[in-house]
Design a protein around this ligand. Sequence first.
Ligand code: SAM
Length: 306
Amino acid sequence: MNNDNFFYEVLKKFYNNDICEKIYKGSVKKNNTFRVNLNKTNLQDVISKLKKEDFKYKNFKFYDLILNCKNDELLTYDLDYLMKFINREEFNVDIFFVDDDNLKKIKNTDIYNDGLIYFQNTSTLIPIIFLNLKPGDNILDMCAAPGGKSLFIQNVMKNKVNVTAVELNHIRYERMCNNFKKQNANVFTIKDNSLNLDDNLKFDKILLDAPCSGSGTINVFDENIYTYFTEDLIEKSIIRQKKLLEKALKLLKRKGRLVYSTCSILNSENEEILLLFKKKLENIVQLKIFPNECFEGFYIFSGEKL
Ligand SMILES: C[S@@+](CC[C@H](N)C(=O)[O-])C[C@H]1O[C@@H](n2cnc3c(N)ncnc32)[C@H](O)[C@@H]1O
């Protein structure tokens, strides 16, 4: 069996042929996308700088991209919840698209080096909407590097929430700290395994963007898939996800909100994990995104601790 067949075989465990085809078709290289860092600048400033340097780009409202995704039936579960929030000004940010050539050039400019923009896939913004953020919230980002989600939290909330970002990998931790500094994001950082955090710490909101198989980010044209997308990775990810979720529930205040997310589309890392923890939560909402050239495949569930 060759590699991308392994990917297809795994998909077939969870989906009918039509959906497998849809996922397979969308499992391609993703567009390069960035958003404006509103803690340092504003939309007009970035647009005028991009124009001045003659960069080629396209920008779309986040809401419109989600709407396209919805119309293409790439979204499942609690769409109404998502659509209700995504129209709010703080979430409905501009997403910029650039080709590889312009990406390289932008990375050599002050627009990028001064942290006026941040490159991240559009799907990764969605879990933040599910946190139901309020000024003054005490938030834990349990698996935080390179920091894209904590950064978006502090962009949406204008640095008015307390974010603690934990990362165990040394190199990724350093990169994350540089990102927070460069982007002017007020985030307290801890270099440790989240599983070691003191259970007496209690948070209003917890984001567990769990380590996963990355099945939603696969490019089926990459001939090296077999080196990283393996049965072993899937099994190890599931074990880690369960341990981290148990820990998250210990660190969360009663009635506090948990958001669990992965860039995997496999039910074994998502819906089946939710089933194990469902009894400990209420007001549960879920969302799954199937991949296309714009969105990585992604899954989110959120609920309040009973
Ligand atoms: C999916 S990535 C997180 C991406 C990040 N949330 C973002 O949006 O930029 C998962 C990260 O969790 C880290 N990680 C995995 N297990 C961890 C643990 N037990 N404690 C802390 N960090 C962990 C990994 O090293 C990796 O950097």
